[in-house]
Design a protein around this ligand. Structure first.
Ligand SMILES: [Zn+2]
Ligand SMILES: [Zn+2]
Length: 96
């Protein structure tokens, strides 16, 4: 329906600035649970620049839902559908 949606940047992940010292340090969270990953120290001209670096690094550890664009951990990622389990619940599981 919307081919350009595939190219859109992901929505901003849930993150927190956890340290400012010799640089910036960020923590990124799975949108569906508390799983998180903390970046290393990043020195950049501004917090915004640093966050872009941190985001690029953290992306390797999260999955982007192709529907809602949120960041989710492997646990909450339906790899078959390339969506989070909220947008595409896994089949064959007991539940509500
Ligand atoms: Zn999760
Ligand atoms: Zn989703």
């Amino acid at each position: 329906m919307k081919p350009q949606a595939m190219r859109r940047a992901w929505v901003h992940p849930k993150y927190a600035l956890v340290g400012v010292e010799s640089g910036y340090r960020f923590r990124f969270f799975c949108a569906l649970c508390g799983a998180n990953r903390t970046s290393g120290w990043i020195s950049a001209a501004s917090e915004a620049d640093a966050r872009l670096f941190a985001e690029a690094e953290a992306r390797r550890f999260f999955n982007g839902c192709h529907k809602c664009g949120r960041w989710i951990c492997d646990e909450h990622y339906n790899a078959d559908e390339m969506m989070c389990v909220e947008c595409a619940p896994r089949k064959g599981r007991a539940g509500s």
